[in-house]
Write a protein that binds this ligand. Structure first.
Ligand code: ZN
Length: 210
């Protein structure tokens, strides 16, 4: 995969996240690893509606710039920690989406009440707080994902959402599905008490879709 292709995929995913209202202004960040030590990651402090593919820097697994004019996202250490420690993960989407932040501020884990939350490996926990952009944020995320092997999404306390996948599109899909599930949980809670799937129902769904 060329740097141009790597940048283009991050660019297109960023635009899709903007269209879905999951990221705004310059908040949130997206990365893709080519599997050979090259990572395209969204740049720091640039409005996404003004970003072009060539604004996306290419960095190595330690966050050093390999190619490009702009500085990588301030939250690069969180991305590089995951990509270093979890070699099967090639795509990361981090959003500051509304429902993710809302639940992340309350510390309420999201139970598996719908297929969207089942698809992201729920129940989805809230990770302990770490300052955005710190190396600690990356260490916490790696610990949480490693201790929940099926989990594709993680809420970051008082911060947002982190979605990971074997491809960038998988991570994108999980970010979208999480936000749908979180909004459904919130809205359903205004009506009554949302019921989680039982273990039998979950097993049946896996049987039907496997
Ligand atoms: Zn953030």
């Amino acid at each position: 995969m060329t740097f141009k292709e790597l940048r283009q995929e991050v660019y297109e995913t960023t635009m899709m996240l903007c269209e879905n209202n999951l990221i705004r202004l310059s908040a949130g960040n997206i990365s893709k690893h080519d599997g050979e030590g090259h990572i395209a990651i969204t740049p720091a402090s640039l409005r996404y509606d003004r970003m072009k593919p060539e604004d996306i820097p290419i960095i190595d697994l330690n966050g050093n710039i390999i190619d490009g004019e702009r500085k990588p996202s301030s939250e690069t250490p969180m991305h590089t920690s995951i990509l270093r420690e979890m070699p099967d993960i090639k795509g990361i989407v981090h959003t500051h989406s509304i429902y993710a932040i809302a639940f992340a501020t309350t510390g309420v884990n999201l139970p598996v009440i719908c297929v969207e939350l089942l698809s992201v490996g729920g129940p989805v926990p809230v990770a302990p707080y770490a300052c955005p952009g710190s190396a600690k944020a990356g260490e916490i995320a790696v610990d949480e994902f490693k201790s929940h092997p099926n989990l594709k999404c993680l809420m970051l306390r008082n911060h947002g959402l982190l979605a990971i996948g074997p491809t960038l599109y998988d991570a994108y899909q999980s970010a979208v599905n999480f936000e749908i599930g979180a909004e459904v949980f919130y809205r359903a809670s205004q009506i009554g008490t949302p019921a989680s799937f039982t273990n039998e129902q979950i097993e049946e769904i896996y049987r039907v879709y496997s």
